[in-house]
Design a protein around this ligand. Structure first.
Ligand code: TYM
Length: 490
């Protein structure tokens, strides 16, 4: 579909009073690929589904992270028969390619919009093209002709229809055990872990990458303690061991074994040029070891040993994902493996800045982070320490920018008001800082409470780790056996 047709569609919506923005992207078919590319989540996108209700076409619009309840729709319409339109029917009625439905389909006489769509201020939707996505104000969807709003989805969030195809997709991610979890880890990674677990669409594997933790200077006793603390953090954040495998990397030796095989696919020069390697060399000039150089290779093995397709990580990990895709391609070409080329699953907090105003929040940089277990007082003190100017107005310095980044993440509905105050020179920084600190603490309180409960049951924690490892080993050993066979090692 050419750009003119997409522009025409945008115009048609405008005539209905629906302002919109057309976003261009590479050819992407699955909603998860589109939202990931655009740095959004499935909850930010609303699909139009064509159904046949007692012989008549109707469209249902629902968010991509939920499932339509057939019984609710049938009851609502007082009909006996409800089914998804066939591909032929879809093309005939809409004139669009299958899988590219628009919110506005003039050929259909009734549109029912699920009320959950309006929980988000903006939604993404189809345009009839796999290279374009439209973004509009959710409220404006109510202007679609012959539309009504009601609750038409299954009560518990479940697998969305037709999104994942038949194959179960895997999700893998990991966090190093170099200290306690901080807000950057939580917003950039753990929130994505939770979101993907909740969809029920994926086999999710979440790891404490303890072997990666020994690539920079460390103390064995501290590592032993920290790695368990992170498992507890995972559980306290709400990860459910019934739905996700929660594991230690070193419990599954196939990760390190595969990493060695993968190291044949990358050159030393390529690894030395990675920005992440250069940063660590600067940070630890006396620890430029082979382990450090191999870090991205081990990460590729972590991901590909489960044939993972989606990786929820912060934006700083993109260079490592590029290496992972490179290795997947090389192993596929050279040895006929079938590794997927995994992509990043982005959350809203893909880049959480350091409290110092310089660079990103990081557990190895003192004064840069807020820990998930920090008390209200500590959080307030830390947020107050962000270096802001004495008066507001004019250019924002890095500290002020950081503060507004936090405001965007934690008190988004009030950001505009604070920005205006800043521009007018009336903003009291301490007021904004305290509002942010209160919101951060409020978000962390349930986590802190749950953590206290979890640490009372150490046997439960042991069980989670043991069961996760057993299941993970059985998947990982199949991949390693396949690689050994294809590489001529067995
Ligand atoms: P690590 O331990 O440095 O970070 C863990 C996760 O937290 C994210 N993160 C941030 N996100 C937003 N803003 C920040 N300031 C911030 N700081 C950290 C990171 O992006 C990451 O998602 N190499 C990985 C660990 C790893 C891994 C893997 C991840 C090893 N193997 C396989 C995924 C898949 C790392 O450095 O984590």
């Amino acid at each position: 579909m050419d750009d003119n047709k997409i522009a025409e569609y945008g115009e048609k919506l405008k005539q209905l009073g629906i302002k919109n923005e057309v976003l261009k992207h590479p050819h992407l078919v699955k909603p998860i690929e589109v939202v990931t590319y655009l740095g959004q989540t499935l909850a930010d996108s609303a699909a139009t589904l064509l159904f046949i209700a007692d012989g008549q076409p109707i469209t249902l619009i629902r968010r991509d992270d939920v499932k339509i309840s057939f019984s609710k729709v049938k009851k609502l319409l007082g009909i006996k028969d409800l089914r998804i339109a066939s591909q032929e029917e879809f093309v005939k009625i809409t004139g669009l390619p299958v899988g590219a439905a628009r919110h506005y389909l003039p050929g259909v006489k009734q549109t029912i919009i699920d009320k959950k769509v309006f929980e988000k201020e903006y939604v993404l939707g189809g345009t009839g093209s796999f290279q374009h996505t439209i973004r509009l104000k959710s409220e404006d969807l109510k202007k679609l002709p012959n539309s009504s709003v009601t609750d038409i989805i299954e009560d518990d969030i479940a697998i969305s229809q037709g999104l994942s195809g038949n194959k179960i997709k895997r999700v893998f991610s990991g966090i190093r055990a170099t200290g306690r979890l901080h807000l950057g880890n939580y917003l950039g990674a753990v929130k994505g872990f939770l979101e993907l677990e909740k969809t029920g669409q994926y086999e999710t594997i979440y790891c404490v990458v303890d072997v990666h933790s020994i690539t920079t200077p460390y103390k064995p006793e501290a590592l032993r303690k920290n790695k368990r603390e992170i498992i507890i953090d995972y559980l306290a954040a709400g990860l459910d061991p019934q739905k996700s495998l929660i594991i230690y990397q070193s419990d599954i030796p196939q990760h390190t074994e595969l990493a060695f095989y993968f190291s044949t696919a990358e050159t030393v020069a390529r690894m030395q040029h990675l920005p992440t390697f250069k940063d660590k060399v600067k940070q630890y000039p006396h620890n430029v070891t082979m382990a450090l150089l191999n870090y991205p290779i081990l990460m590729a093995a972590d991901i590909l040993v489960y044939k993972t397709e989606l990786v929820p990580v912060g934006i700083d990990q993109e260079p490592h994902l590029e290496v992972t895709r490179e290795i997947a391609r090389k192993m596929n070409q050279e040895y006929g493996m079938n590794f997927p080329e995994p992509i990043r699953f982005a959350t809203k907090g893909s880049y959480v800045p350091s409290l110092s105003g310089e660079g990103k929040m990081s557990k190895t940089v003192e004064g840069s982070f807020i820990n998930l277990t920090d008390s209200a007082d500590v959080i307030r003190k830390k947020v107050r320490s962000v270096p802001t100017a004495t008066t507001s107005g004019g250019e924002m310095n890095p500290g002020v920018k950081t503060l507004f980044a936090f405001a965007d993440l934690f008190i988004s509905s009030e950001v505009e008001k604070y920005k205006k105050d800043f521009e007018n020179g009336t903003l009291q920084f301490v007021t904004l800082k305290d509002a942010i600190a209160d919101a951060v603490y409020k978000e962390l309180q349930p986590f802190q409470k749950k953590r206290e409960e979890i640490i009372k049951d150490q046997a439960y924690i042991d069980k989670v780790i043991k069961e996760g490892a057993e299941k993970a080993r059985s998947i990982a050993s199949q991949t390693v056996a396949e690689v050994k066979e294809k590489m001529g090692l067995s």
